[in-house]
Ligand binder design. Structure first.
Ligand SMILES: C[S@@+](CC[C@H](N)C(=O)[O-])C[C@H]1O[C@@H](n2cnc3c(N)ncnc32)[C@H](O)[C@@H]1O
Length: 431
């Protein structure tokens, strides 16, 4: 029998509270609810997690004592109940009844009365409870991140926070090898799918409403891929020429690798490396759908496989693992999972990747360092530290006129109807 959708959401959110990512917690539950409820399950999980710092603070005020670790699913259910009362069109009485009903599916009959009482008290005292939140909780951000955003982006902080709390736009990348953006806009129009051309990337189209990819014309044939318009700037900045050998050092799931191949059909080779062999499988699937070819390699960017010869790549893309602070709206579980102490650790790792990959680059070659972070510690500070240690590395001031100038590169900030928050720095190896 299909799983109750609210109980499923409760389990997913409970798992994230327990330290699992949405990618780990959601797919199995998606398969266990009815087809009709799959969209609702995603909405409940993503929506609740986007607001989780605020909802957790409110729930803290409503609970007489904290719930036990083994009742994380119940905590997930209560957060999801509060989310529905605040942010969905489900009538209050129906949201309360369905949430109370889900205690049964969770086999927590004892929590029925408590769930009912908490949600009803919230309806009565909502305004008063909200006035008691601190600034970070009211803005639905963990306190350490809220502080850093205010410190590092004082003028843009309100815009960033607003964007982080919203559902992101669904953006497509048109496959230049197959058709033009104008032609694809026409194909969308013929199917009654509203969409507009984006300004930043010449291949980007924003859909007015998120759409199942299988309903997009030509998706299976490789006409388009789903990719944020800011992320599309990576392949454009890398600017690969015909005959070159390219390394994409952290390639999975392959969005940027495929774009590089779409833009330059005459490459000698693109090596798509990732440390995670399972995630590399996704690269393979994307290449196959788009009819592209690359050499797949499981390997560590800090210590690349020995058979990759020194000075053998013309260009390297390092799309480094990072805090994901620029893509919170797409990965709202990060609000619960990321710790302040992670940032310094990630910066050390990012720098070790730059050092590990640098010997593979030819003299005169370029390395594009990219993150989906808006934090200076992972961006300019990493590049600055690397430049101070690597004397044959120079910052290249390529024609990046978009976004905002950072000390050592260019920063895109997350915008409600615009790109994700991404950082790019181009480094050139001197002769
Ligand atoms: C931001 S994602 C890359 C996204 C990808 N470039 C794209 O556009 O689809 C970072 C990737 O780095 C990989 N990664 C993490 N540690 C790594 C390491 N030591 N060496 C190589 N890849 C690593 C992760 O598995 C993850 O797939």
């Amino acid at each position: 029998m299909a799983l109750d959708v609210r109980a499923a959401a409760a389990c997913v959110i409970g798992d994230v509270i327990g330290g699992h990512s949405l990618n780990q917690a959601l797919p199995d539950r998606l398969n266990r609810v009815s087809k009709r409820d799959q969209g609702l399950l995603q909405q409940l999980c993503y929506g609740t997690l986007r607001q989780s710092p605020r909802l957790q603070a409110i729930l803290g005020q409503l609970l007489e004592k904290p719930l036990r670790d083994k009742d994380r699913d119940l905590q997930g259910l209560l957060l999801c109940g509060l989310y529905q009362l605040d942010s969905t069109r489900v009538p209050d009485h129906a949201a309360v009844a369905a949430t109370v009903g889900a205690t049964q599916a969770l086999k927590k009959h004892w929590a029925k009365g408590m769930t009912n009482a908490i949600l009803r008290r919230y309806l009565r005292e909502r305004e008063q409870l909200s006035t008691m939140l601190d600034q970070a909780a009211a803005a639905s951000h963990p306190p350490w991140l809220f502080r850093r955003i205010l410190e590092q982006w004082p003028a843009a902080a309100a815009t960033i926070i607003e964007a982080n709390n919203q559902q992101p736009p669904m953006t497509l990348r048109v496959n230049d090898r197959r058709l033009s953006r104008q032609e694809y806009l026409g194909a969308l129009q013929n199917q009654g799918i509203a969409a507009t051309a984006e300004k930043l990337s010449p291949h980007a189209i924003r859909l007015a409403y998120p759409t199942n990819v299988w309903e997009l014309p030509g998706f299976m044939a490789g006409d388009v891929s789903v990719q944020d318009e800011g992320a599309q700037m990576a392949a454009i900045l890398l600017g690969a020429d015909a005959g070159e050998r390219i390394l994409d050092a952290c390639a999975a799931p392959g969005g940027k690798a495929c774009h590089i191949l779409e833009l330059q059909p005459g490459l000698a080779e693109l090596v798509a490396m990732d440390i995670d062999a399972v995630r590399l499988q996704k690269v393979s699937e994307n290449l196959q759908r788009l009819g592209l070819e690359a050499t797949l390699l499981t390997g560590d960017a800090a210590q690349p496989p020995a058979h990759l010869e020194p000075a053998s790549f013309d260009r390297i893309l390092l799309d480094a693992p990072c805090s994901a602070s620029g893509v919170l709206r797409r990965h709202p579980d990060v609000k619960l999972l990321r710790r302040e102490s992670d940032i310094a650790q990630m910066a050390v790792q990012q720098r070790s990747f730059l050092h590990g990959l640098w010997p593979l680059l030819k003299a005169g070659g370029t390395l594009l360092y990219a993150t989906c972070s808006i934090l200076d510690e992972e961006n300019s500070q990493v590049v600055e530290g690397f430049l101070s240690e690597q004397k044959d590395a120079k910052l290249s001031c390529a024609s990046m006129s978009w976004g905002m100038a950072a000390a050592c590169g260019r920063q895109l900030l997350p915008l409600s109807d615009g790109p994700d928050g991404l950082f790019y720095a181009l480094l050139r190896k001197t002769g």
